[in-house]
Design a protein around this ligand. Structure first.
Ligand SMILES: Cc1ncc(COP(=O)(O)O)c(C=O)c1O
Length: 351
């Protein structure tokens, strides 16, 4: 006998990438930043470790919200903060999706969207990306309550231009969620569309470009009416005191974030060219990872297993359309040199 709702009983749950504890791996599997966070963030968090921890944090984290708003050039009333952007995704699903409501998800993309829809018993409408990861017209589905777009997309790393996203916002029914987790690594973003479309929610995170995946801070930006509704749904204290201190310091130090982003973009260019020379097809990446299709005759699963055996973790998705590709997070130049030495050896021996 099960005590669970039948949909929860049946579902598999989200599978996060491996987080090994022994530190012996070169970790290129979960799109973390290889560089440490700003020293100013660490100092601010240490300072916040004090007796005030007996008190709840500000439920709306107003100070942090104001900082986000000033850095992005939006109004604080247009911002909602969460425990990572995953928390904002949960708030979105709970706010807009009920039983059997249609939710559009391009394929392949961040698989958490699908898991959240299952919790809520919404109807998942998968729409395949075109082969070059542009959007197909069938993404417009009548009556959809929410359409998700990871932009840049994971796992492909590709970007839909803001003008195309704007057209899409005008055509979809319901809310269009533009998940910009990786946008600081890209050439353009969709933030300015928020004022033009009352159905757009842009999501950002400090996990990637600010090297703060462990702190858990994400935010949503939308017109006030959407933000006010979503605030009703969020947990009261979803951003803790240490996080609030860290966020303010992180956003105050734009320089260190931008410096790391530049290094990652430069390594991205060199890794793209090394993989291409070895016969891989690399989708044009606007993020901190690459999606590389193996050369003919190479079994990608074997390549992945062999890299893991050599203590190099990348991501392999054993699903239609992705099973001949590896998603590789951009690490330091040193890590990427080791990765390339190993890939060359394995590919030249044809696993
Ligand atoms: C597309 C996308 N959105 C959101 C997230 C979650 O980010 P956060 O750490 O802010 O919860 C990820 C994490 O890998 C992601 O790939």
């Amino acid at each position: 006998m099960s005590y669970f709702r039948s949909n929860i009983e049946k579902m598999a749950g989200y599978t996060p990438g491996k987080q090994p504890k022994d530190g012996k791996y070169i970790k290129l599997n979960t799109n973390e930043n290889p560089y440490p966070p700003s020293k100013k963030v660490l100092d601010a968090i240490q300072k916040a470790v004090n007796v005030d921890l007996r008190l709840y944090p500000d439920p709306l984290a107003v100070e942090a919200k104001e900082k986000v708003a000033s850095v992005l050039g939006v109004k604080p009333e247009q911002v909602i903060l969460g425990n990572g952007s995953d928390d904002i995704l949960t708030i979105i699903i709970r706010s807009f999706v009920g039983y059997n409501d249609k939710v559009v998800v391009p394929y392949p993309t961040y698989s958490l969207y699908e898991t959240l829809i299952e919790f809520q018993e919404g109807e998942l409408c998968h729409v395949n990306f075109n082969e070059d990861f542009s959007l197909s017209d069938s993404i417009i589905i009548k009556g959809a309550k929410v359409t998700f777009l990871s932009n840049p997309n994971s796992p492909s790393g590709t970007l839909i231009p803001p003008e195309t996203v704007s057209e899409l916002a005008g055509k979809v029914d319901g809310v269009l969620v533009i998940d910009e987790a990786y946008v600081d690594f890209a050439d353009s973003n969709c933030l300015e569309l928020v004022d033009r479309h009352d159905n757009i929610i842009v999501l950002r995170t400090l996990s990637k470009s600010y090297s703060l995946a462990g702190l858990r801070l994400g935010f949503g930006i939308a017109q006030e009416q959407l933000i006010n509704g979503m605030i009703k749904v969020k947990d009261s204290y979803n951003v803790d005191r240490l996080c609030i201190a860290g966020v303010i310091a992180a956003l105050d130090d734009q320089e260190s974030m931008k410096e790391n982003v530049m290094k990652i973009r430069s390594t991205r260019t060199s890794l793209t060219s090394s993989l291409t020379k070895l016969g891989f097809f690399v989708h044009p990446s606007q993020s901190n990872f690459l999606f590389a299709r193996s050369p003919k005759g190479i079994n990608t699963k074997n390549l992945f297993d062999e890299l893991t055996r050599r203590k190099i973790l990348v991501r392999y998705f054993d699903k239609p359309g992705t099973d001949n590709c590896l998603r590789i997070t951009i690490g330091t130049d040193e890590e990427i040199n080791i990765l390339m030495d190993n890939i060359s050896t394995i590919v030249n021996n044809k696993p």
